[in-house]
Design a protein around this ligand. Structure first.
Ligand code: PLP
Length: 492
């Protein structure tokens, strides 16, 4: 296996022409045919999908920007490693190799494999959360919130408000926790009611925004003062470390691998979705604390599988091992953020309100800012997601009120911000595809007055955004498709 050199090479290539373009630092060797279907089919497909982009088939999708989960490009070394996987129910050498990689890259010697990120959340929540527990975190993630609520706990978000939710910002670390608010919360409830504090790297739902090491050190100081466990959701840790290198002066000469270690050293319990981190599939929980490991081990056997595979195929375990090492290679981990930065900057030039600074995992479009004429109860971000699919066969993900929950009176808890996320899976899309997405977004933005709202027609009680069914509140989708045909002639 090739290990990246610890020295951190420059990852930005300057063009003689002066153009500011991201450059692919890899070549494409396996390809998949895509389907760019005409606008009439797009209108029919989104109708069949009940205006929920999760319900679309990839047969009807040109650019699948739904998520970065489990859809990152694998390297040649990852796929090669999958062939030497050791099929064994117990004691597989594939597991030993993964455990060694976790120790080398994340600095934790005890590893519990689990089938994906939310499985780690299930195990951790069952072990630590009780009815009445208070769980402070920089911000929630959908599956985290669901598991904590499932066990009777309450999530309290402690971002620094209002800067963290300000769409257009120059704050380099919008994912930071408000330390004064954390202290006040602990003073109010007492540490006994707080089983752990959770920090999420590249805070997903606010636009993949990082926290700083300085902030994490402060959180750790407060946690130690009160004897509270600090848990890190490391699913998107690579990009957070890349941003620290770029934005936190203390670490400008450190390698991504060194920053990763510093971050994990500050957090006694770390978990991750390997569908993101390591460009693979699966997940893991790791720690240096034997007591925590023992406490969680029994739950892994109950819900996931034996402790040397945890519900993951051994082939995926091998690809995780290589993927973890590759996360410390700056030429690998910089690819997605540099394409996102290009997309966000170009969209802003065209007047489209975007979450800034550009974050990790995807470009985030301010659907609330684009559709003030659509009532928030009619799901601005959900409507914009459906509209962008009609405009370009591009599948994004609603990250707004559809992804939220209802309160005890059955009223929608309006999301803090209504975003459409266009994920940039790692090393998947080319620059011309990125420019196509920009072009269709620009057209849609100029035609935003045509976009109307959505309403639920079938609403699951938990995580409704996955399988919920919606309908438009008027015939706006037909009008939008007709305008597309008028403007683009016989083009796809
Ligand atoms: C995706 C994600 C999860 C959940 O992981 P799954 O593998 O999808 O279950 C948890 N936390 C964060 C920050 C994530 O991005």
């Amino acid at each position: 296996m090739q290990k990246p050199s610890p020295a951190s090479p420059a990852t930005k290539v300057k063009f003689f022409s002066g153009e500011d373009l991201p450059l692919e630092l890899h070549k494409v060797r396996v390809v998949q045919k895509l389907h760019l279907v005409p606008v009439e089919r797009r209108l029919a497909a989104i109708t069949e999908a009940s205006f929920n982009t999760y319900q679309l088939s990839t047969r009807d999708i040109y650019l699948d920007m739904l998520t970065d989960s489990g859809v990152n490009a694998m390297s040649d070394n990852q796929t090669a490693a999958m062939h030497r996987a050791d099929d064994a129910y117990a004691g597989s050498q594939s597991f030993t190799r993964l455990r060694d990689a976790v120790e080398e890259v994340l600095g934790k010697k005890y590893l519990l494999p689990v089938h994906q990120g939310r499985a780690a959340e299930n195990v951790i929540s069952r072990a630590f959360v009780k009815p009445g527990s208070i769980l402070p975190m920089n911000y929630h993630f959908t599956t985290t919130l669901a598991h904590i609520m499932e066990n009777g706990g309450k999530v309290v978000e402690l971002l620094h408000y209002p800067d963290a939710l300000q769409i257009s910002s120059t704050n380099p670390f919008k994912g930071n926790m408000d330390i004064a608010a954390l202290e006040a919360l602990i003073a109010r409830h007492g540490p006994a009611q707080i089983p752990f504090i959770r920090m999420e790297a590249s805070t997903n739902l606010i636009g993949g925004q990082p926290f700083s090491i300085a902030n994490l050190r402060e959180v750790r100081r407060v946690a130690d003062k009160h004897g509270i466990l600090l848990v890190l959701d490391a699913s998107l840790i690579g990009e957070n470390c890349y941003f620290i290198k770029k934005r936190e002066p203390e670490f400008k000469d450190a390698s991504v691998g060194e920053i990763l270690k510093v971050m994990c050293d500050l957090c006694p319990l770390v978990y991750f979705s390997a569908r993101k981190l390591s460009s693979s599939r699966g997940g893991g929980i790791c720690t240096n604390d034997k007591a925590i490991y023992d406490k969680l081990k029994n739950l892994v056997v109950l819900f996931e599988g034996f402790v040397t595979y945890g519900g993951i195929s051994v082939r995926e375990i091998e690809s995780m091992t290589v993927g973890l090492h590759e996360t410390t290679d700056e030429t690998v981990i910089s690819q997605s953020p540099s394409f996102i930065e290009y997309f966000v900057n170009e969209a802003v030039k065209r007047g489209v309100p975007m979450v800034t600074p550009p974050g990790g995992l995807g470009a985030h479009i301010d659907a609330g800012g684009i559709l003030p004429h659509v009532p928030r109860e009619e799901y601005q971000a959900g409507a914009f997601a459906a509209a962008l699919y009609i405009a370009g066969a591009i599948r994004g993900m609603e990250r707004g009120t559809v992804s939220s929950v209802r309160d005890e009176n059955g009223k929608d808890v309006l999301a803090d911000i209504e975003l459409l996320r266009l994920a940039f899976p790692r090393r998947v899309f080319t620059l011309s595809q990125t420019r196509y997405a920009l072009d269709r977004l620009h057209w849609l933005y100029l035609n935003r007055g045509l976009i109307g709202g959505l309403k639920f027609v079938e609403e699951p009680p938990v995580l409704r955004f996955f399988n919920g069914r919606l309908a438009p509140t008027s015939d706006w989708p037909q009008k939008l498709a007709a305008k597309f045909r008028e403007d683009f002639g016989d083009s796809l």
